[in-house]
Design a protein around this ligand. Structure first.
Ligand SMILES: *[C@@H]1O[C@H](CO)[C@@H](O)[C@H](O)[C@H]1NC(C)=O
Ligand SMILES: *[C@@H]1O[C@H](CO)[C@@H](O)[C@H](O)[C@H]1NC(C)=O
Ligand SMILES: *[C@@H]1O[C@H](CO)[C@@H](O)[C@H](O)[C@H]1NC(C)=O
Ligand SMILES: *[C@@H]1O[C@H](CO)[C@@H](O)[C@H](O)[C@H]1NC(C)=O
Ligand SMILES: *[C@@H]1O[C@H](CO)[C@@H](O)[C@H](O)[C@H]1NC(C)=O
Ligand SMILES: *[C@@H]1O[C@H](CO)[C@@H](O)[C@H](O)[C@H]1NC(C)=O
Length: 582
C-alpha cells in the first residue's frame, strides 16, 4: 500500500512577501520609473494594485477607454509633509473630480528612497457610474505624477499602457532561450466534421535539465484546428506514435496536461520564478500532442502541420513546476454512471493531501498553485474546485460556471493559492445529459466523461495524481441488499427519472470515496475519504464597498435525515428500495 520513491526533484519553498496577492508586474514607462504590481480574486471580486513611482510628490493612476484623461477613472495619492492623502476621482474635461462614492480602499502609502508606493484595492465590478468596469479584455492604464504634493498639471510626467489585467500573460526573455516544436507532420485531415489526431513525440536529447517557460500555438489552418492539448507521458510510455486518438494507441496513458489551447486562445507563460522541467530524466521523455480538427466543409485532402512551440531555458529558475491531477479517477470499468436525461448531474472527486506523506520521504511542503486547467468531455457544463482545511471550505482553486469543452485553456489564477499539508481538494463537475439516451461512463472517448482539474503549482513534488472513485461496493450495499449489482440493473433498464437521478447522485456523493495517490512510476497509495459540501459560488453582482470582503456563503445544508423510496423496474422483478440519506 505504501509506495517506495526513488527520484525526487525537490525545491524548498521560499518566503515571498506580498507576491501571493499580487503575482503580476508591468513597468508602465520606458525608464522603469513607474511600475505596477497587481493580483485579483474572482472569488472575492477584488483586485489589488501596488503602484510604485520614482517621485516624492503625488502619484495618479487610472483606467481610460481611449488612453486620454477625459472620462477616466482615477486614484490620486501621496505622502505629504505630515499626512497621507488618497482619493477616488473621475476626470471631467481634463480635471479630476472627486467621486461622490469612494470605491477604492487604500491599503498602504509609503515614501522611501525617493519612491512613493501606493497599495489599494477595489471591487472588480464596481457599482459606481464613475468607476471603470474591469473585464477580461485589455484596458488602457494611465498614470501621471508630480514633483510635489500639490496636485497640479503633470506636464510630460504621464503615460499610458494597455494591459489585460484579468487575463495577463507575462513575457520574459531569458538570455539563454531555445525552443522545441511539437507539431503534426503533414497529416491529412479526413473529410469529417470532427477528427482527433494524436502524436506521441520523443523529447530530443537536451543535454540535461531545462525549464519550459512559455508555450505558443503554431496554427497552420485556423479554420480547421479547434483545440490542442499537450500532455506529458509517464515513464511507462516509451514509443512514438502518430494516429487517430483513442483507438488504443500507446500514448493513451499520457494525460497530464502541460498546455491547452483552444480557438481564441493565446500563448501561456509561467511565472518568472518557475519552469516545467524537461530533459533531466534518466529515461527518455515523451509528450502527446492531441489536436481536435473541425472540418465543417468536409474538405478532402487538407494537410496540417499545427502544434505548439515550447520555449525552454538553461537558466534554471527557482522552482520546478509540478502538475497535480485531481478529480474523479477515469476508469471505465468500475461502474460509474452518469444517467441520461439529467440537466445538472454532479460528480465529485476527492484529494486528501494528508496521505501525501505516505508517498514522500521528505516533509510535505506548502504547494503554491498559480494556474489551473479544468477538464471534462462534451457533457460538462461547470467545474468547481474547492479547497478544504479541517473540513471547512477556505477557497476555490478553480471556478468555471460556464465550462465549454471547446474553450479549454489553462488559466492563471489572479493570486497564488496555498495548499497546506492536510488540506482536501474536491473537484465538482456538472453534466448535462438531457439529449442522451444511455448512461455515460467515464473514459477516454469524448462521448465518455472525465472530471479533472490540473493544478499547476510549485515547488514540484513527485506526486502526479491524487484522485478518487466512489466505493461501488458501498453503493451497491446502500442501494439494495441483492446479489445483483444494482449498477448493472441501472445500465440495462430505463429507470431514470428525476427521483432516481437525484437519489443516484446523492448516493454517489455520500458513500466513501476510495482515494488514490500515485507518482510518476505508478506506485500508489490508497485511502478512504468523504466528499465535503462545497459552498455556493460567489455572486457576481457589483459591490459598493470594497472594504467589505465577501466571505464565502454558507454551504447548502442537506439538513435532516429523510427517507426516499424508489421503485426500480428491473428486467424480471420490481425492487422496492428504501435508502437513507443524510
Ligand atoms: C521508477 O522507475 C524507474 C525505471 O523503471 C526506476 O529506475 C526507479 O527506481 C523508479 N522509482 C521509484 C520511486 O520507484
Ligand atoms: C525617469 O526618472 C529620471 C530621474 O529619476 C528622469 O531623468 C527620466 O527622465 C525619467 N523618465 C521618464 C520617462 O519620465
Ligand atoms: C510535408 O510535405 C511537404 C510538401 O509535400 C514536403 O516538402 C515536406 O518534406 C513534408 N514534410 C514531412 C515531414 O514529411
Ligand atoms: C517499453 O516499455 C515496456 C513496458 O511498458 C517494456 O516492456 C519495453 O521493454 C520498453 N521498451 C523499451 C525500448 O524500453
Ligand atoms: C457561456 O459561454 C458561451 C461560449 O461557450 C457564451 O456564448 C455564453 O455567452 C456564455 N454564457 C455566459 C452566461 O457567460
Ligand atoms: C426525462 O425526464 C423527464 C422529467 O423527469 C421525463 O418526463 C421524461 O420522460 C424523461 N425522458 C426520458 C427519455 O427518459
Amino acid at each position: 500500500m505504501i509506495a517506495r520513491l526513488l527520484f525526487l526533484f525537490l525545491v524548498w519553498p521560499s518566503v515571498t512577501g506580498t507576491h501571493e496577492d499580487m503575482p503580476f508586474m508591468e513597468h508602465l514607462d520606458m525608464d522603469n520609473n513607474v511600475s505596477l504590481c497587481w493580483g485579483f480574486s474572482e472569488v472575492q471580486d477584488t483586485i489589488t494594485f501596488q503602484l510604485t513611482v520614482k517621485t516624492t510628490g503625488w502619484v495618479g493612476f487610472g483606467f481610460s477607454l481611449n488612453g486620454e484623461m477625459n472620462g477616466a477613472d482615477i486614484v490620486i495619492g501621496g505622502v505629504g509633509s505630515n499626512s497621507i492623502y488618497f482619493m477616488d476621482y473621475h476626470s471631467v474635461e481634463q480635471i479630476p473630480v472627486v467621486d461622490k462614492k469612494q470605491d477604492y480602499t487604500l491599503l498602504s502609502l509609503t515614501e522611501q528612497d525617493g519612491q512613493t508606493t501606493m497599495m489599494f484595492r477595489r471591487s472588480i465590478q464596481s457599482c459606481d457610474q464613475d468607476d471603470f468596469q474591469i473585464t477580461n479584455s485589455p484596458v488602457k492604464l494611465i498614470y501621471a505624477y508630480g514633483v510635489s504634493d500639490d496636485i497640479g498639471y503633470h506636464f510630460n510626467r504621464r503615460g499610458v499602457k494597455e494591459v489585460n489585467l484579468l487575463n495577463y500573460i507575462p513575457r520574459s526573455s531569458p538570455l539563454d532561450s531555445n525552443y522545441l516544436d511539437f507539431v503534426m507532420e503533414n497529416i491529412t485531415v479526413p473529410p469529417q466534421n470532427t477528427y482527433y489526431h494524436c502524436k506521441v513525440i520523443k523529447v530530443p536529447w537536451l543535454n540535461g535539465k531545462k525549464h519550459i517557460y512559455r508555450i505558443e500555438p503554431l496554427i497552420q489552418n485556423l479554420d480547421l484546428v479547434h483545440h490542442m492539448l499537450l500532455y506529458s507521458c509517464p515513464s511507462s510510455v516509451n514509443q512514438t506514435s502518430d494516429m487517430t486518438c483513442y483507438t488504443g494507441e500507446n500514448g493513451e496513458g499520457c494525460f497530464r496536461v502541460v498546455s491547452a489551447w483552444a480557438v481564441g486562445g493565446e500563448a501561456m507563460e509561467l511565472p518568472e520564478n518557475t519552469g516545467i522541467p524537461i530533459g533531466g530524466q534518466d529515461h527518455e521523455e515523451f509528450y502527446r500532442l492531441e489536436i481536435h480538427y473541425n472540418n465543417l466543409a468536409q474538405d478532402a485532402g487538407r494537410i496540417d502541420n499545427s502544434g505548439l512551440r515550447l520555449y525552454y531555458t538553461a537558466e534554471l529558475r527557482k522552482h520546478d513546476v509540478g502538475i497535480l491531477t485531481t478529480g474523479l479517477v477515469t476508469m471505465s470499468n468500475w461502474g460509474y454512471a452518469i444517467p441520461p436525461n439529467a440537466s445538472d448531474f454532479h460528480s465529485y472527486g476527492l484529494c486528501s493531501t494528508s496521505y501525501f506523506s505516505n508517498m514522500l520521504t521528505e516533509p510535505v511542503s506548502d504547494l503554491s498553485v498559480f494556474a489551473v486547467g479544468l477538464h471534462t468531455h462534451l457533457a460538462g457544463r461547470k467545474v468547481r474546485v474547492g479547497l478544504f482545511r479541517n473540513r471547512e471550505q477556505v477557497d476555490f482553486l478553480g471556478l468555471n460556471e460556464n465550462y465549454s469543452f471547446e474553450l479549454q485553456q489553462v488559466t492563471n489564477l489572479g493570486n497564488i493559492k496555498t495548499i497546506k499539508p492536510g488540506d482536501d481538494i474536491v473537484v465538482e463537475c456538472t453534466y448535462d445529459t438531457i439529449n442522451r439516451k444511455d448512461i455515460t461512463k467515464l473514459g477516454l472517448a469524448t462521448t465518455d466523461e472525465m472530471c479533472l482539474a490540473f493544478l499547476f503549482y510549485y515547488p514540484a513534488i513527485s506526486i502526479t495524481n491524487c484522485w478518487s472513485h466512489p466505493n461501488m461496493h458501498a453503493y451497491n450495499a446502500m442501494m439494495v441488499e441483492t446479489a445483483i449489482p444494482i449498477i448493472e440493473e441501472m445500465l440495462n433498464t430505463k429507470i431514470w427519472d428525476q427521483t432516481s437521478i437525484e437519489m443516484h447522485e446523492a448516493t454517489m456523493k455520500k458513500i466513501p470515496q476510495i482515494g488514490f495517490i500515485s507518482n510518476d512510476n505508478s506506485s500508489y497509495t490508497y485511502y478512504e475519504g468523504e466528499i465535503s459540501n462545497m459552498k455556493a459560488s460567489p455572486s457576481r453582482s457589483c459591490k459598493s464597498d470594497p472594504s467589505v470582503t465577501t466571505p464565502l456563503p454558507p454551504s447548502a445544508n442537506t439538513g435532516t435525515k429523510r427517507v426516499i423510496s424508489l421503485v426500480l423496474t428491473a428486467s424480471a422483478e420490481i425492487l422496492l428500495l428504501i435508502v437513507w440519506l443524510m
